[in-house]
Design a protein around this ligand. Structure first.
Ligand SMILES: *Cc1c(COP(=O)(O)O)cnc(C)c1O
Length: 216
């Protein structure tokens, strides 16, 4: 079932779009089934759950951390993630840099944006981004590989599309500005089970899918 669901998603994805299977809330066995189906990019949103899986599965999958991250938990993640999607404050950025430096590592991250300005979501507001981008060069132990956002919580597809279009514009602008060598835009992480088709149409190259993979 998991393998069939993955196959269906993969068949409709353009080749340049990377599928991250969101395994949060799912057991080790189910997570292993995703790996067996050939998907090695896995998304987790809680540090504790992630560490349990990491203990068993180690570095075989590429781990994507997608949940809200508390500063005091950063140290447990450093060195284990392929990409942290959910960097949503300068304070967090600073801690990730510091903990990475202690371990002699460079940690790849995405900046999470809250374009829909929803109270319930974290992420930088658009007007904060400029300042964030100007301070990033001083954080030598992080590498910004792109942007992440969630679509707004609505059934209105046009509203969702507008947000994704806006995110793509911001992404392209940062690509053009090429501000510093620790900003190397590669990933535009947008699209989940309910809105990934729209996201891909509007330029996403990384989708994060949970429910559609595990639905019976
Ligand atoms: C849970 C989650 C997903 C997956 O959502 P589905 O609707 O289950 O596909 C993607 N991104 C983030 C940040 C999430 O928290």
């Amino acid at each position: 079932m998991i393998a069939d669901n993955i196959r269906k998603i993969e068949l409709e994805l353009p080749e340049h779009v990377k599928l991250v299977a969101v395994t949060k809330y799912h057991s080790l066995e189910e997570t292993q089934a995703v790996i067996d189906a050939g998907v090695l990019d896995l998304g987790e949103s809680r540090v504790q759950d992630f560490l349990k899986k990491y203990e068993v599965l180690g570095d075989k999958p590429r781990w994507h951390f997608i949940g809200h991250l508390q500063k005091n938990k950063v140290k447990y993640l450093i060195g284990k993630t392929y990409l942290i999607h959910s960097v949503d404050s300068l304070a967090l950025l600073k801690v990730i840099d510091h903990e990475s430096e202690k371990k002699g590592l460079i940690t790849s991250i995405l900046l999470q944006l809250n374009l829909a300005r929803e109270e319930s979501k974290s992420g930088f507001l658009e007007e904060e981004l400029k300042n964030v981008l100007t301070v990033i060069p001083k954080y030598k132990n992080i590498k910004v590989l792109g942007l992440m956002a969630m679509g707004p919580l609505t059934q209105n597809n046009e509203e969702i599309r507008n947000i994704f279009v806006e995110l793509k514009k911001i992404y392209d602008r940062i690509v053009e500005e090429s501000l510093s060598n620790n900003i190397q835009m590669e990933y535009l992480s947008m699209g989940m089970t309910d809105d990934y088709r729209i996201a891909v149409e509007e330029g996403s190259n990384m989708i994060r899918i949970g429910r559609k993979i595990f639905n019976r």
